[in-house]
Design a protein around this ligand. Structure first.
Ligand code: PLP
Length: 397
């Protein structure tokens, strides 16, 4: 058996590969520079153009571009009307922001467990957690795979709940042929550099509801309106604007918008390459009994943001920590997504106990994300597979 690099053997490759990386090309740079030299650096026509493009890509009627994905979730939670005394059901395996947006509004996140095979929120769990105080659901398209939207929307309809879809991972994904972004009441995106398309920092909310759209747009700019119909003291004075509620400055700049428009034009090729890499990994890992391959629901045509390597620990002599460190030493650098949100000490202090979501906890303790991004070469993909095979072979029972 080959000696692992962590014990002094030769690593599978010399240069490190990380789990995610942006793809920025000359046309993205040109779009930024051109906008920087134009009349508007912010609050200009590129924002309008970006929002139109986002509607085109997602099939949504309205889009509001904001400065990051967390701001998108915050505004969506505010527009949903979440407040003190309300409960909002949230996925347990997600980035903390999915639950934090509920806390920003003073409402209480209620964590639902995940399905053991898809790793998305389990609709049966959602049903069990509904109380008279439940006001909404924040469901995450974890790894980019669409969550079970038909079933979750049915639950929302039955109980009069608002559905916020956290699609930070899922730009480009379709559900029953319909792009993510046009299905939930509000869908939130992130354009952070590890996500499928990026503009450095950026986010957006899409919706088909005109009232929600107007509210989101107003909250993005301090709660200030120029529309006399929304004012308490309407006037036809050209200079007049009125703050009618407490909002924020969550605006995106025009040069970021220009970069994102350029990136969105390339979404088809980004998406196709990610699918190719996922197919290569799935093929290789489905032959390894020590690894569980993520199940795809047939409704989801997935542009995968993360590739989860899930270990069957009962078939290995190592734990996740040892596997992670060994893989890292082979210069295939994994990351873990995610700690169950309520294990963060902030949430622990709020009183959420260990053991709340057993599937989520088992998932966390047996998983890591391996490299997946557009510019990963075939050779690098082969190296990742070889590194995984090497570590599995060493720790096989
Ligand atoms: C990245 C991410 C966010 C937050 O987006 P930012 O743009 O980093 O603020 C929210 N939810 C999930 C699931 C994410 O992956």
């Amino acid at each position: 058996m080959e000696e692992l690099a962590i014990f002094g053997g030769k690593p599978v490759r010399e240069k490190k590969i990380f789990y995610g990386r942006q793809c920025v090309e000359q046309d993205d740079v040109d779009a930024v520079v051109e906008t920087l030299m134009s009349d508007y650096v912010t609050c200009g026509p590129k924002i309008v153009e970006l929002e139109k493009k986002l509607c085109e890509v997602t099939g949504a009627r309205y889009a509001v571009a904001v400065c990051n994905g967390t701001a998108a979730l915050h505004l969506a939670a505010m527009a949903a009307g979440f407040g003190p005394g309300d409960e909002v059901i949230v996925s347990s395996i997600t980035f903390a922001a999915s639950a934090n947006c509920v806390r920003y509004c003073g409402a209480t996140p209620v964590f639902a467990d995940i399905n053991n095979e898809t790793y998305n929120i389990d609709p049966e769990c959602i049903r069990r957690l509904i109380t008279p105080k439940t006001k909404g659901i924040v469901a995450v398209d974890f790894t980019g795979q669409a969550t079970e939207l038909d079933e979750i929307r049915k639950i929302c309809k039955e109980h009069n709940l608002i559905l916020i879809e956290d699609a930070a991972h899922a730009m480009g994904t379709k559900y029953n042929g319909q792009p993510v972004g046009s299905i939930a009441d509000m869908t939130c995106f992130s354009f952070h550099p590890v996500k499928t398309v990026t503009c450095g920092e950026g986010g957006a909310i899409t919706t088909n509801d005109e009232a929600l759209y107007r509210h989101l747009a107003r909250l993005r700019t301090h709660g200030i309106t120029r529309n006399p119909e929304e004012m308490v003291h309407p006037t036809d004075a050209a200079w007049y604007n009125e703050q009618v509620e407490l909002g924020f400055n969550y605006r995106l700049t025009d040069f970021q918008a220009a970069m994102l428009i350029s990136q969105l034009r390339k979404l088809p090729k980004f998406s196709a390459r990610r699918k190719e890499i996922v197919a290569a990994y799935d093929e290789a890992f489905s032959k390894i009994p020590e690894i569980q391959v993520q199940r795809e629901i047939p409704e989801s045509d997935t542009t995968r943001h993360l590739y989860i390597l899930r270990l069957r620990l009962d078939k290995l002599t190592c734990d996740r920590r040892q596997f992670f460190d060994a893989l890292y030493a082979e210069n295939t650098c994994p990351q873990v997504h995610y700690l169950p949100v309520y294990w963060h000490s902030y949430y622990e202090k709020l009183g959420y106990p260990k053991g709340l979501c057993p599937n989520a906890e088992r998932f966390y303790e047996s998983s890591m994300s391996i490299p997946l991004y557009y510019s990963l070469t075939d050779e690098e993909v082969r190296d990742v597979i070889r590194a995984v095979e090497k570590v599995v072979a060493y720790y096989r029972k």
